[in-house]
Design a protein around this ligand. Sequence first.
Ligand code: KMH
Ligand code: ZN
Length: 291
Amino acid sequence: MSRFLRPPAGTMITVAPTGAESRRADVPNLPTTPEEIAAEAAACERAGAAMVHVHVRDAEHAPTLDLPRVRETLAAVREACGLVVQLSTGGSVHDPLDARLAVLDAEPDSCSLTLGTVNFGDDVFMNPWGFVVDLFRAARERGIVPEFEVFDLGQLATLRRLLDREGLPAGGKVHVDLVMGVPGGMPGTADTLVACVAALPPEVTSWSATGIGRSHLTVLAAALAAGGHLRVGMEDVLVWSRGPEGAVPVGSNADLVARAAGVATQLQRPPLPVAAARELLGLDAARASVA
Ligand code: KMH
Ligand code: ZN
């Protein structure tokens, strides 16, 4: 329980601006072009984010893992801001495993690494054990730091198995993101979050939480209270508030980051600067391990 007694002094805020699920036709302010994603990332850095979780879209705004387009998007983000760049290896539920692995060739600072297969709405998000191991090894060979995405509590047992068999990732830090509230995954409730935190392997050096859809604010508040970091963004939530007048849509990713930063600051866990996030994630050590 000691991790509850000494919460981290700051809050690392990750923004996930785009995702693979929402259609631009339905969400006109969803950033999808390299320029839009880069500009949104820069605005989010000013609002308090330290890392950006990037999904790439093609010229028709559809999800793509096309490597030249991935490289172009990453280059635009790096040109526009100093955020830690995390590339999604989850892609969309329709992407083949080999293409999801190949995005590491774009050399992001970090990559998502989901620890198991999960129902995902009416679809299935495939992450078989062999793929988890391949992705872990490929990231370590390249000095890329994985963020372990956990959609269900049982996936923490898979993290235990992975660390036992493969050892620590590049850089030696172990960062977990609890993704809560996906239809098919664990619910986005405070008691579920606390159960996950209690089940984190001792090698875990930091964790964050992401509340999908209606669970967004519950998970944000619970994560801060339990000593975690945050992920917010239009990949995860498109409704800013609900009231008698109906649902108010999210204005921008930077609005979501600013709200999270404000709550974190009120709780004396202000946003971590990028340099502190790099240290937290072991990025420089990871890079040095392959230099
Ligand atoms: N789009 C989801 C199927 C990740 O980025 O690694 C998977 C996802 C997780 O978003
Ligand atoms: Zn994602």
